[in-house]
Design a protein around this ligand. Sequence first.
Ligand code: AMP
Length: 281
Amino acid sequence: MKLITTIKEIREIVSEWKKAGKTVGLVPTMGYLHEGHQSLIRQAHAENDKVVVSVFVNPTQFSANEDLSSYPRDIENDLEKSHEAGASLIFHPEVSEMYPDGFNTYIEAFGVTEVLEGASRPTHFRGVTTVVGKLFNIVQPDRAYFGQKDAQQAAVIEQMVRDLNFPVKVVCCPIIREEDGLAKSSRNVYLSEEEREAALVLSQSLKLAKKMLEQGEKSAEKIKQTMTEKIQQEPLAEIDYIKIVDHRSLQDVAVIEAAVLIPIAVRIGNTRLIDNFVFGE
Ligand code: AMP
């Protein structure tokens, strides 16, 4: 498995692939890869001749008080996990390669970025769209793979691709969970044993919501109340948001009649975790 660190080199390799008529899938990640990332790589491998996994902890999507410097990193493990899942190479640039001195251009999507994660993390999506736009220009993939785990991120990228005419097909892949229901995340390593147990309230509260919806409950308020009560029973958990939104516009829904997304963000100790599910698609 090759580890490519410069834009020049990845461009040369992809250009050779394209000349030979190969299709290219891109899986953008921040590394510390787990089975969630691997499921994206596997799907990319099944649908493309070549797969580029980018590993880049993107500073522009972190705000000053977030975990940029402590974000977990393990490039050896990333190489192994990527290889195992069928990647062709890893693109792992330095920050100075992606943001050289004088860098001063950003991509910003509006609307879908202003709610949920965007409301709690105001500069986050500007960083995401900028780095993903750059990766699309550098790698020029036919398809790019994102996880439903970050449902809003996938919606934001779809908006960017539509609005700016990137010739890329965006593919959204299902959430991969631990056996007990916790959504896999690189940030799960921050959790102590006690916090890891407490973190189960996220998936458990979503399960409760699913059950209510299946039984015909239409009131978003009632469902959110039940979820809030469930999470509040866990002393280590602090709710950032619990929302029920239209699956596409991400705007709040009061009466559930069409497909909805139920995204939640909960702090477990110092670790902020997100999870979600879509109902009625
Ligand atoms: P990250 O490294 O956290 O930026 O994630 C890179 C990509 O992997 C994003 O598109 C995520 O949505 C996706 N991803 C992360 N965790 C999971 C998971 N548990 N299941 C599916 N996709 C995931």
